[in-house]
Design a binder for this molecule. Structure first.
Ligand code: KG4
Ligand code: ZN
Length: 335
């Protein structure tokens, strides 16, 4: 069985061909660099670039995997949450191709897809999962791949957004997460005092906008180096993410801890989770850095997970995009 997966929820166009076990025969991600000039993603530019790039990307992935569209048994694309114009490009292309070839199509939830990057790994349940990206910061309780309940989310900015906005106010460029992570390696986190909003580890909710304001005040006072401020900011964010996730893992008797989303590429976050999970003898699943960011392999694995629960699972022609997800139970199939 072969599956073609497409992801265009934000500023990365991604395509992958997977086999029935979730192995990628080929995958490609095309990242839109132009947004750096604007200090953030410009939705109209993003959707136009997806339209330009997607057909060639599909052709290249098919060539690399030595397959053709006719070889595909199933098609899957991200339906949301994300930028509507961007989502429409990938969803419409994939839906139209599937229906033209008379093959099943699955509209996939992007948040569930991030967690499903670990679907091919030996996860033991119950598990606690942290999804930490540019748009989301959420903790989930997973009893199985098909039973995933939201425990809490952020009340304002997502962690990745906080990294990006902090880098922007410090004049470091976009996207800022990787830049701050790099600078922080050369700084001393103890040299700057920053608040930890909603700091109780027992509360599975986050707030990062006040922290960003605190960084601005310190930065404008001009007494701390960019390296030290980056290190202080990174440590504050990582401590909040790790302490809250580990508390829930203990409280719910989790066997595994899953981390996913762009911020899971952060080097301090990875080492803190490694240390804490080792201490408690918990299985830890971190994505390879290239699969922390948006990619199509996770979309394909989410589709395979939906098909494993129900082999006849599919979306109808009316499956539409959605900008936000307000649910409590997270499922791979979104419509
Ligand atoms: O998952 P993703 O590719 O897209 C969304 O679904 O949002 O995540 C992108 C986010 C950006 O905010 C970026 O700054 C952040 O992931 N990011 C990082 C690192 N690498 C990427 N944040 C902290 N440290 C990193 N090394
Ligand atoms: Zn994402």
């Amino acid at each position: 069985m072969l599956l073609l997966a497409v992801e265009t929820s934000c500023d990365d166009s991604a395509v992958a061909v997977l086999d029935q076990d979730g192995n990628a025969l080929a995958e490609l991600v095309s990242t839109q660099m132009v947004h750096g000039e604007h200090g953030g993603v410009v939705p109209e530019i993003a959707s136009r670039l997806h339209m330009t790039v997607l057909p060639g990307l599909v052709r290249e992935v098919l060539d690399k995997s030595r397959t053709s569209l006719n070889d595909m048994d199933v098609f899957a694309a991200t339906a949301g949450p994300g930028l509507t114009g961007s989502l429409l490009v990938g969803l419409s292309w994939t839906k139209a191709t599937a229906f033209a070839l008379d093959k099943p199509f699955l509209g996939i939830n992007h948040l569930s897809a991030h967690l499903h990057i670990h679907h091919s790994s030996p996860v033991e349940f119950p598990a606690v999962a942290l999804l930490v990206s540019g748009g989301h910061t959420m903790i989930f309780h997973m009893s199985s791949w098909s039973e995933c309940v939201l425990l809490g989310t952020t009340r304002d900015d997502a962690a990745g957004e906080a990294f990006d906005k902090t880098a922007k106010l410090m004049g470091l460029g976009y996207p800022g997460g990787r830049i701050i992570d790099e600078l922080a390696r050369h700084g001393n986190p103890g040299s700057v005092a920053l608040p930890s909003p909603m700091g109780s580890k027992k509360l599975p909710e986050f707030s990062f906008s006040g922290l960003k304001t605190a960084v601005r005040l310190v930065w404008e006072a001009g007494e701390v180096s960019p390296e030290d401020l980056s290190a202080g900011f990174r440590k504050t964010v990582c401590d909040l993410l790790v302490s809250k996730t580990m508390y829930q893992a203990g409280k719910l008797g989790a066997e595994s801890v899953l981390v996913a989303g762009g911020v899971s590429a952060n080097s301090l976050l990875r080492s803190e989770f490694l240390r804490e999970c080792r201490k408690r003898n918990l299985k830890l699943f971190l994505p390879p850095v290239e699969h922390a960011m948006d990619n199509a392999v996770m979309v394909g694995r989410a589709a395979l997970s939906a098909l494993k629960s129900d082999p006849s699972a599919h979306s109808t022609a009316s499956c539409n995009t959605f900008a936000r997800w307000h649910g409590k139970m997270l499922s791979p199939l979104s419509c």
